[in-house]
Design a protein around this ligand. Structure first.
Ligand SMILES: NC(=O)c1ccc[n+]([C@@H]2O[C@H](COP(=O)([O-])OP(=O)(O)OC[C@H]3O[C@@H](n4cnc5c(N)ncnc54)[C@H](OP(=O)(O)O)[C@@H]3O)[C@@H](O)[C@H]2O)c1
Length: 261
């Protein structure tokens, strides 16, 4: 049994999961228990919002979705009230499975690094779990709303965070820069924004249809000696993506390791 699911924290990411589950018809609102000081019953219709501590013993799965800085306090408040066989699925960035399991009195733990696109059923989730039961539970929560990648080594969560969890922000930053550069070439900011956003969404949809590698898709739209090739000579040349991305990844991995303590 996966449900009821207790969400410890229902902010940006917990809320995105609830939205995605509703759209996918994965879990009924009545199967959700939300514990979050900022949550209201109106925001999560049909769910139990901030019920008594005694009500938490019904939860079969606990989704730990508070900020990493406060996870220990959030867990300490509820742990005496949980069922002994409740399984923990944590999305707290950087916090190790062994530390979470210890704080939860030895219960089985899966770690997940999701992306906010779970809200529209197009999320991505990296999963690490020490036990098959916890891994299966994480799959039950994430597979309805995300492409799931299983990691065998917990240490790889740092890399998965750098390549996936943090990457939507890289793309948004790229689009911001593309829009600004378009305006710099004389387009109105509105036109530059419409062109850049629509183009990226369309290109991502083509990639999402599957089959071809990004490198092949790039070749298909790059005529030798043409305009695209001229721009790519900068973007893929010295100091371009091939230099920038490894440096950016290294910074993200370092920060993830620091946060994990
Ligand atoms: N956002 C992302 O893209 C993303 C991606 C992958 C993983 N994550 C992970 O997801 C987790 C949550 O991030 P977020 O962006 O969703 O943060 P968030 O928007 O701040 O949500 C956390 C929620 O938890 C609430 N909260 C605070 N103390 C609590 C307690 N003791 N018990 C229960 N709830 C409590 C907060 O309420 P207050 O606002 O009143 O403090 C807030 O509503 C983090 O660990 C992060 O590493 C996020």
């Amino acid at each position: 049994m996966t449900t009821p699911i207790l969400l410890l924290g229902a902010g940006r990411m917990g809320g995105a999961l609830i939205e995605g589950w509703a759209k996918a018809g994965a879990f009924a609102a009545g199967d959700l228990i939300v514990r979050d000081p900022a949550a209201t019953a109106a925001a999560f219709p049909g769910a139990q919002v901030n019920p008594s501590l005694e009500a938490l013993s019904a939860a079969r799965t606990v989704l730990l979705a508070v900020k990493p800085q406060i996870w220990r306090q959030a867990v300490a408040d509820v742990v005496p009230h949980l069922a002994p066989d409740a399984v923990i699925v944590s999305i707290a960035a950087g916090v190790r499975a062994a530390d979470i399991s210890e704080a939860f009195g030895g219960r089985a733990v899966a770690r997940v690094m999701p992306t906010t696109a779970v809200a529209v059923g197009l999320g991505t989730a990296s999963i690490y779990a020490a036990t098959a039961q916890a891994r299966a539970r994480a799959h039950a929560l994430l597979a309805p709303v995300a492409t799931v990648v299983d990691l065998e080594d917990e240490g790889l969560m740092h890399a998965a965070t750098a390549v996936s969890g943090s990457a939507p922000a890289y793309l948004y930053a790229f689009i911001e820069a593309l829009e600004a550069a378009g305006a710099g070439q004389g387009l109105t900011p509105e036109d530059a924004a419409r062109l850049a956003r629509s183009t990226i969404v369309g290109a991502a949809a083509l990639l999402g249809q599957g089959g071809e590698d990004p490198a092949e898709l790039r070749r298909q739209v790059t005529s030798p000696g043409g305009t695209t090739a001229a721009a790519l000579s900068v973007l893929m040349g010295e100091g371009g993506f091939g230099d920038l991305l490894p440096r950016a990844m290294a910074q993200a991995v370092k920060r993830s390791e620091e946060l994990g303590g």
